[in-house]
Ligand binder design. Sequence first.
Ligand code: HMG
Length: 386
Amino acid sequence: MSARVGIHDLAVATAGHVLELDLLAESAGIDPAKYRVGLGQEQMSVPGPDEDVVTMGAAAAQRIIERHGADGIRTLFFATESGVDQSKSAGVFVHRLLGLPATCRVVELKQACYSATAALQAAADMVARRPDERVLVVASDIARYDLDSAAEATQGAGAVAMLVTADPAIAELESAIGISTADVDDFFRPNDSATAVVDGKLSIGAYLDGMIGAWDDYRAHGGVDVSEIDRFCHHQPFTKMAVKAHRRLADHTGVPLGAELMAASTGYNRRIGNSYTASLYFALAALLDSDDDLAGRRVGMFSYGSGSVSEFFALRVCDDYRTHTRGEETEALLAARTPVDVPRYRALHTAAAELNSRVDVAVEPGVDAPFHFAGIAGRARQYRRA
Ligand code: HMG
């Protein structure tokens, strides 16, 4: 990539309710330390009936449009694995809700948690060819597993929107990329299921194998030595997974990699839970918002999507990135979530699966958010601005 291309702005959104995992542990008779320490998770965002990947994605992207306008945005990539339709891109709803021009193409990408990274790379290549264009990348997901399953504490919800441009203000994408793809049934969601099917132990092993495969391919394709990487963001289905990944990379390379090189990246995901495609970019947002010594530093990014596709790449943080971080905005979003108890969380979880099978149903606005899922009319999903 000859031109400087990368992330010019980044904005996040999450669901309107929050469950303290201590409450979930107590209700299941589990030691709360298993979730806090064993998984590295404190809370999870819980969507209401009027929220889905479209409403969260639109809420995140709206901040980008408010700050930069829509001029030059000719592509919107919507990355998700909890899409709302088998044919129509969730991004087309976002396109209308944000009033984007008709001259903006919209595509949805799917490969478990990985597809936002594919979108980011494709966006960067597009901008490298046409530097006057800007690409909006939206990653939005709701992680739902069965109630009372081992995976229940690793649910969550959130969206990250990124504006990819030439001469970016936050971080430049480096050209070296490492990839590793393997057909594995560690995690998937059949078409008729509202919740994912997961083999937890297999998925942890597949994630770590994918990381090593992607790392070796990164090195074989011009990637720098691990000692030249200053910070790390690893995909965070739960934040302890990123700690395991970091240790495995240190073992594999034989270079001691202190926990402090990745610790700041876990701050948001500990409180949101798994947001699948958005998770890695919540990690990047947390790092940028809480580490004020990143100017000129290289950040190693590991993206994993079950099934599985893995990618390792690197960003170079721009000198004045501090003027473009959004820590206060994100803290306010997290603090504004309505706390729910376990019975209310369970009712919301059950209602979500039931809603999707309806032909006609009206959904009243429930949470304080800029966009709402308003129901289904003749099987077509309806969305409104607040
Ligand atoms: P589990 O089997 O109930 O948990 O489910 P466990 O018994 O393995 O315990 C978890 C950790 O807590 C262990 O730590 C325990 O020792 C510890 P570790 O040995 O692994 O370091 N622990 C305690 N710590 C302190 N005090 C205690 C205590 N008790 C236990 N009292 C599992 C855990 C993650 C498997 C489950 O939640 C699950 O299946 N989650 C979903 C799958 C998942 O997140 N996989 C991650 C890799 S795959 C991935 O990242 C892709 C994904 O994002 C999807 C996509 O790509 O689209 C999921």
